[in-house]
Design a protein around this ligand. Structure first.
Ligand code: TRP
Length: 459
């Protein structure tokens, strides 16, 4: 992919390689696992609509900002922010954005690898025919049994981490690029097959109604915060991943158009996952708001009742695992490229150290599903809930807001205009309005209404 075996200045060979890499980062557990279960917990339709609005008016402008900052500076996020702050003649404290990103990436990866480990285990379970003709209760039981075992979770968590670190340590190689070329389209095909299944399931109308009928009674400030956090999470925004990827983007490629393509691909996968999962939920009398287990119960159930389900189910979970790896890579990239640049360290060694630390931190999430399941650290939150909430709902939006403010109001706009190919006055106004006002103000308003009261409740 970008740069061979170091994080030095390589370049994507063309626009589609960048689209694949960025889409590889964006499409992951956030789309297939997280989006449906969060939508389920937040009442469905109205949440989905708010989420789409967040992607459109906050996510896309901020992704443009991030990619643009990366391409302008051509270095890892922390260094990029330092360079750009110098260029703009402002304090180097703006590098705080980069630092917070490194921490956020680390926190996210710590639990991301745990859940991705579940997907790896489900490759094996499905291949063994565990789910053939299984009942809804049986599928739920298999899931609960698995989660009750910290040893099993630790094993799969470790396996996923080793795979990720192995790839990252070797340098994000050509091998991965060609793999993405095959796997991403295959994932789309299997999603379409599953769409066909859910279309014929008895719960289809009810599932669709759940996803698209907007019942605003259920919406609160918290709904907005969760939808906003999800928009950041699913587009890999707010922590410098897209900045790092943007730093390898050739000059002549239109950032705006490319970002819109990535956002559309990502949104398609998330919505398709929801349309697949909810009909199965209703046809089997399952609970829409059951939380993180949603995908791991409904999908095996669906494949369990399809011809050659064990085969296709196995492929499906392989694809999910692969989508998770291409996302996990981007979670390590800001920290890794910084350490390599700053200390001239060996990429492999840095990768292994990061992986070990992250695995240890991930134990908090592993135990949240069994021995610490009632060990709340804040309010009713387990370690997993807390790490997830802090990174996704607080750090990513905060990072994204600062990135947008910096890109529009701090950085000299002549350079920005050139980067983005803004030629008309209209585009320039649109850029200032969306990137400089709408996106940051939305984040700020949602923060003031939901996060601040939360802290005063805790105090
Ligand atoms: N977007 C990925 C997903 O949906 C997760 C991810 C990868 C991510 N890189 C990120 C989330 C950077 C936030 C920031 O699964």
């Amino acid at each position: 992919m970008a740069s061979g075996s170091d994080s030095g200045r390589g370049m994507w060979s063309n626009r589609w390689v960048f689209v694949l890499a960025a889409a590889g980062s964006a499409v992951g557990l956030g789309n297939i696992w997280k989006f449906p279960y969060i939508a389920g917990e937040n009442g469905g339709g109205a949440f989905v609509l708010i989420y789409l609005v967040c992607v459109g008016i906050v996510g896309i402008p901020i992704m443009i900002c991030e990619v643009m900052l990366g391409r302008t500076a051509r270095s890892s996020p922390i260094h990029a922010m330092r360079k750009l702050a110098d260029k703009a003649g402002v304090s180097r404290h703006w590098a705080f954005i980069g630092w917070m990103g490194v921490v956020a990436g680390f926190l996210i990866l710590s639990y991301y690898a745990v859940i991705a480990g579940w997907a790896l285990n489900y490759v094996l379970l499905t291949a063994q025919g565990t789910f053939t003709a299984i009942s809804a209760e049986g599928a739920a039981l298999a899931y609960n049994d698995f989660l009750a075992s910290p040893i099993q979770l630790m094993f799969w968590h470790a396996l996923f981490m080793v795979l990720t670190i192995w790839i990252v340590g070797r340098g994000v190689s050509r091998g991965l690029e060609s793999a993405i070329r095959w796997f991403m389209p295959l994932l789309f095909v299997l999603l379409v097959v599953l769409l066909g299944y859910s279309f014929t399931s008895a719960g289809f109308e009810q599932g669709l109604a759940f996803m698209f009928d907007t019942r605003f009674e259920a919406v609160s400030g918290e709904t907005w915060l969760v939808a906003l956090g999800q928009a950041f999470f699913t587009l890999s925004l707010g922590m410098g991943a897209m900045m790092a990827y943007g730093s390898y983007l050739p000059e002549n490629i239109s950032i705006g158009k490319t970002v819109v393509i990535i956002a559309l691909l990502d949104t398609f996968v998330a919505v398709a996952a929801g349309v697949v999962i909810f009909p199965i939920v209703f046809a089997n009398g399952l609970e829409a708001g059951q939380g993180p287990g949603l995908m791991f119960i409904t999908i095996p159930l669906a494949f369990g009742h399809l011809p050659m389900g064990a085969l296709f189910g196995t492929i499906f979970f392989m694809l999910v695992s692969f989508a998770a790896i291409t996302s996990a890579i981007s979670l390590t990239e800001p920290a890794l490229s910084y350490l390599v640049e700053e200390y001239n360290a060996k990429r492999k060694r840095v990768a292994i150290s990061l992986g070990v630390m992250c695995w240890i931190l991930g134990l908090g999430t592993v135990f949240s599903f069994n021995i610490w399941s009632t060990g709340y650290i804040v309010g009713q939150m387990t370690v997993f809930d807390f790490v997830d909430y802090l990174s996704q709902n607080i750090m990513l939006p905060l990072g994204g807001m600062l990135i947008a403010v910096f890109a529009v109001w701090v950085l000299p706009q002549t350079a920005v205009g050139e980067q983005l190919g803004i030629k008309s006055g209209f585009l320039s106004v649109l850029w200032k309005l969306l990137g400089g006002v709408v996106a940051p103000v939305c984040v700020l308003v949602i923060f003031v209404y939901t996060v601040l009261p939360l802290f005063s409740n805790l105090a």
